[in-house]
Design a binder for this molecule. Structure first.
Ligand code: AMP
Length: 497
């Protein structure tokens, strides 16, 4: 389906028709469509006055406060891209991102101190009742949002998604959801697990907003308390579940997680990492009335580009679960075993990083002679009997508990520590799944003990989000090398078995 209006126009229409309907709900706050529209208009007018010709993107810092969405819409209404940054980021990373974005104003819905920047608490500036002209809005090829992901050289990289990319993604994903939820009540509840700085959240947030649904946000603190989270979820009555498979596994570990607890669930939508047969099978057993859909895609191609509904036959087949078939407007190509994504949701590139952009993106002419963006995914895969399959990575990117991590990012940050001469980070597997990460460190001037290892981990925590900090540090005198003089990662991995 092609959306016949822009994303903002659709939300505007819903806000005018159903101003009292709840758009966003967190544990102790909620916001109606009417308020969301009015407050984001006011904030957009304020941004416009304050920033004038400065059209640089705006960082939006916080967690799952509904104010975050007010800020997102305000930025794009005022013609500026937004860049969501979650509270799970340590100060150093936030500073890195703020320096790349380089806008003097930062919007925040949680406390943040940043020297050299004006941090604005969004709720404190909603005083003017000015409207903002529609002409100012971000549109078409303009960047709508920038999401930062782990970069192999130790600094995060910002993926630029345009208004058209988002619209093309939503045209497809809305139809996918509408079909799966046939017979649903119109204004369904969408579950939000991922932080807004992770592109998976775009799937639930915007699909909910363009269908007049309610976004039920699961805050970090709630996710750490299963009993409370289950109670909250059950009362919230979600119909459409969007999460990483890892999060579903965490819920499945508790037998209470079943169709009686979540009576309205009709669809489980997954993306971001491999969906195992075990996870899909358990869900199909415990939620017989719900469909399980696997989707695949990187942030660089607006959340997801392929989909497939998992069937019992697929669970019984020898292959992995498929990632499905591409959406209209997208093709999966192969360069050797590497999958390339060509289509209308492929990002512009990495913000202010020509070198990385040129390495990962290029353009092709499509069958109508139109230019089409292509992204080299770094994923390996194959096509069989009508479906695509993703088998793994051809580089050093991993997924741990659903988080995208470049091992090189951790290694570069370790090697920036003065004592560390050489570092290699490898995954420790539990069957097919990564259980945790282990850092091998050569630091001749350090006494290799548990305590020193902990000190290195603490130093890393200052620079990287907690999920990127290796669980263990192993001190070595020399790193193992392969016959052609490269670091022997397989040997390091093997030593953990
Ligand atoms: P992110 O940009 O965080 O969404 O991560 C994108 C990467 O996650 C992809 O390049 C894949 O390596 C992996 N990924 C995403 N969806 C799937 C899936 N359904 N099956 C296997 N891997 C996936």
């Amino acid at each position: 389906m092609i959306l016949d209006k822009s994303v903002l126009e659709i939300i505007e229409e819903i806000a005018a028709k159903y101003p009292g309907r709840v758009a966003i709900k967190s544990q102790d706050q909620s916001l109606t469509y009417g308020e969301l529209w009015r407050r984001s208009d006011q904030l957009a007018a304020w941004l416009d006055d304050r920033l004038e010709d400065n059209k640089k993107p705006v960082m939006v810092y916080g967690h799952k406060n509904p104010q975050m969405i007010v800020c997102f819409l305000a930025c794009v209404k005022s013609g500026r891209a937004y860049c969501p940054v979650d509270i799970s980021m340590p100060k150093n990373r936030i500073e890195d991102i703020a320096a790349i974005i380089d806008n003097e104003v930062i919007l925040a819905s949680e406390p943040l101190e940043m020297e050299g920047f004006e941090v604005i608490n969004a709720s404190n500036v909603l005083c003017s009742d000015k409207n903002i002209s529609r002409e100012k809005r971000v549109k078409k090829e303009d960047v709508f949002y920038i999401i930062f992901t782990s970069g192999s050289t130790g600094k995060p990289k910002g993926v630029e998604i345009t208004a058209d990319n988002l619209k093309n993604f939503l045209g497809w994903s809305k139809e996918l959801i509408d079909n799966a939820l046939k017979g649903r009540e119109k204004n369904g509840v969408f579950l939000n697990q991922a932080p807004f700085s992770f592109d998976l959240s775009v799937m639930d947030l915007y699909n909910s907003l363009v269908s007049g649904g309610t976004l039920l946000c699961l805050e970090k603190s709630l996710q750490a308390d299963t009993a409370r989270m289950f109670e909250y979820m059950s009362l919230g009555r979600p119909e459409c579940w969007v999460s990483t498979p890892s999060f579903a596994d965490m819920c499945l570990a508790d037998p209470r997680f079943n169709g009686e607890m979540l009576e309205d669930i009709k669809l489980f939508l997954f993306c971001g990492e491999r969906l195992s047969k075990d996870t899909a099978g358990k869900l199909m057993e415990r939620f017989p009335a719900a469909k399980v859909i696997n989707t695949y895609g990187p942030t660089e191609s607006t959340v997801a580009v392929t989909s497939v509904e998992i069937t019992k036959d697929m669970l019984a087949a020898e292959d992995l679960l498929p990632i499905g078939i591409p959406k209209k407007g997208t093709e999966i190509l192969f360069d050797g075993e590497e999958m390339l994504i060509a289509g209308d949701t492929v990002a512009k590139g990495y913000f202010k990083d020509r070198e990385k952009t040129e390495k990962a993106f290029f353009q092709l002419l499509d069958s109508d002679g139109k230019k089409c963006n292509v992204y080299r995914t770094g994923d390996s895969g194959y096509f069989k009997d009508g479906y695509y399959y993703c088998t793994g990575r051809i580089d050093l990117q991993v997924k741990l508990h659903g988080y995208r991590i470049e091992l090189g990012d951790i290694e570069s940050n370790l090697m920036e520590l003065p004592e560390v001469e050489q570092a290699a980070v490898v995954p420790r597997y539990d069957g097919e799944r990564i259980r945790n990460l282990v850092a091998f460190v050569k630091a001749p001037n350090l006494e290799g003990s548990f305590k020193v290892g902990r000190a290195l981990r603490n130093a890393l925590k200052e620079k990287l989000p907690a999920y990127m900090v290796p669980k263990n540090v192993v001190f070595v005198n020399e790193m193992p090398m392969t016959a052609n003089g490269k670091l022997d990662r397989k040997k390091l991995e093997g030593s953990l078995a």
